[in-house]
Write a protein that binds this ligand. Sequence first.
Ligand code: NAD
Ligand code: MG
Length: 297
Amino acid sequence: MADQYTFQDPTTQYPDPDIDKQQQGGPGLAEDMDPQPDHGEQSYRGTGRLEGRKALITGADSGIGRAVAIAYAREGADVVLSYLPEEEEDAQQVVELVEKAGRKAVTVPGDLKDRDYCRALVAKAVSELGGLDVLVNVAGKQQFHEDITEISDEQFDDTLKTNVYALFWLVKAAVPHLTPGSSIINTSSIQAYSPAPILVDYATTKAAINTFSKALAQQLAPKGIRVNVVAPGPVWTPLQVAGGQPPEKLPSFGEQTPLGRPAQPAELAPPYVFLASQESSYVTGETLAVTGGMPTP
Ligand code: NAD
Ligand code: MG
């Protein structure tokens, strides 16, 4: 059976999914998506690139974060999984996959908008894993609105808190524990460069994440800590069906990319593995675009 290691045409590697209009509330669950995303459950092959590493992954229950958790475990890392309490079902599926790979999975549900949770999350990761050497910030909030007057002050605050403040709080808490060789990997978006008119608050945070990371990378380089970013294009995840996109746009989701289809979360895991592994020793302050060919500066 062809998988992600088989030489093939990337435009047809995954079928352009026949995505019916669908909608979920809250953060959304991978479990309730149709079609089901591919997180690499059946395909990701580890090659020992993260042997013995200790990783904290936010948004690890679903989507890109789940694909990263599976890949990291199969590469030999123990992982701490952060997610919202209402995503427990999704998170338990990830725990099962990590344990099947023979690695440790520690669940720490909570709300990243809460500074105390962010601090406690890092502390728990350090105590449960016996240290920390990879911080992967994948969690994010995206809610579309056609008009600026529809963005409530509360939403603006929540988007900034989840996507930017949490990043600050987590990095600040983690850095004292990170030894030379460690990596911080953040998650931006094509939206940082080509902002959609319906994602004013979200797109703003994604540009902030890029800039934050480029400044921080220079600051932490002398300590031997690398900071990089992955900027995905359209990826088939709960974020998009839980208010990230208007439902009527979902059937054509990702078709605007040069490759003509959305990504599956499984296609995002390898860049996160690369940026954590020593293979990327001379890469820091970089944003790696995984956009299906949508141009970035
Ligand atoms: P996803 O819904 O699977 O993941 C987002 C996760 O963020 C959720 O699972 C949830 O656990 C976490 N989260 C949200 N608010 C939180 C809070 N207050 N506290 C704790 N956790 C919270 O969707 P995804 O697409 O895999 O998103 C992962 C990242 O990828 C996000 O940063 C998103 O902005 C980015 N991204 C996604 C796309 C895409 O098309 N799906 C494109 C570009 C960037
Ligand atoms: Mg989720």
